[in-house]
Design a protein around this ligand. Structure first.
Ligand SMILES: [Zn+2]
Length: 329
């Protein structure tokens, strides 16, 4: 077994480290707006639920149920990676920090909101979330992002619909819905209640999408659904089981490869690179977020620039091997 692990590790490291360095950045602006809908704790399990809205929204889009979450599979680590485009080992954010340390754009690894603000000084940027630490300790507080945390997922959904109906036209929009995570903790990812909660979220997703649509916000937009992590069978997360580490990453918009499941190494962290690309914002070189293959027509996928973050490169491979060998289910 030890020998097998060594061989696997050597092979994976060799393949990973000999991939060409990426250099793709863009200055065009392929999309007017980007919407990122974060579903906390939903993991890969959209695929096991009856989700007519999700299916409709992404019928012409790309859906990956095996995108990899950040290690450790906890909320702040993952929302942090999704919005900053760097690993937990670089951003260092955990749930405690998000709830207690207010963040400014002077930070070393700012979120994509700071990059959007620098590129578009007058643009509307918004984050309407259930879990307020995202708006306090992650999305920077000095860049004029319209931040709201109206309450539970129903209240968040209604606030988003009202916000769109009031004529707001965000260039970058983020929301995080939290109820699936609550049910996951309580009853686990094998419970019918957990799947039912994803189906409830699907209803919210439909309302948010329709509100954006009726206000003309989707005419030239990228619409993304992403999860931060999943849940174990009995509930909880933070570990390496596939139920925790495999997450949904779905993208729709013109020019997205229809029916694609992205490439095999997509990570939820790649949302940062996708959003910056969509808005025509140059991605900073330090990021380890990259464009997956088979996402946009005519746009090549990129190798993960692991030279920026060796620790993450090794950790990601080791953790995946451990997942495959010890805790596949
Ligand atoms: Zn979470």
């Amino acid at each position: 077994m030890k020998k097998l692990i060594c061989c696997l590790l050597a092979l994976i490291l060799a393949v990973g480290f000999t991939m060409p360095a990426f250099a793709a950045q863009t200055t065009a602006r392929p999309y007017e707006r980007v919407f990122i809908i974060g579903v906390d704790g939903a993991g890969r399990f959209f695929k096991d639920a009856n989700t007519p809205n999700f299916d409709r929204i992404f019928a012409d889009g790309a859906v990956d149920y095996t995108a990899r979450a950040e290690i450790i599979t906890t909320s702040a680590q993952n929302w942090g990676a999704i919005l900053t485009g760097v690993s937990y080992s670089m951003h260092g954010l955990d749930n405690g920090i998000l709830g207690s340390v207010e963040r400014s754009s002077e930070t070393q690894f700012p979120t994509i909101f700071t990059y959007a603000r620098r590129a578009f000084p007058n643009a509307e940027l918004a984050s309407i979330v259930n879990w307020d630490p995202i708006n306090y300790g992650l999305i920077e507080n000095d860049i004029n992002v319209n931040k709201q945390h109206p309450g539970d997922d129903e209240a968040v959904t209604q606030a988003i619909c009202d916000y769109f109906d009031a004529g707001n036209q965000p260039t970058l929009f983020f929301t995080q819905l939290d109820s699936v995570d609550h049910v996951g903790h309580e009853l686990g990812s094998t419970s019918p209640e957990y799947i039912a909660q994803i189906e409830t979220i699907d209803g919210y997703l439909g309302r948010i999408y329709e509100a954006a649509q009726r206000n003309g916000l989707l005419d030239n937009a990228l619409f993304i659904v992403v999860a931060d992590h999943g849940h174990t069978r009995s509930g909880g997360h933070g570990g390496l089981t596939m139920r925790e580490t495999n997450v949904t990453l779905a993208v729709s918009g013109k020019g997205v490869v229809k029916g694609s499941s992205l490439d095999r190494i997509a990570r939820n962290r790649d949302v940062a690179a996708i959003a910056l690309y969509a808005l025509g914002i140059d991605r900073p070189d330090y990021m380890t977020s990259r464009l997956p293959a088979n996402l946009f027509d005519g746009v090549e996928g990129e190798a993960r620039p692991i030279q920026n973050d060796w620790k993450d490169g090794i950790l990601a491979r080791l953790s995946w091997i451990l997942t495959l060998i010890t805790k596949p289910f």
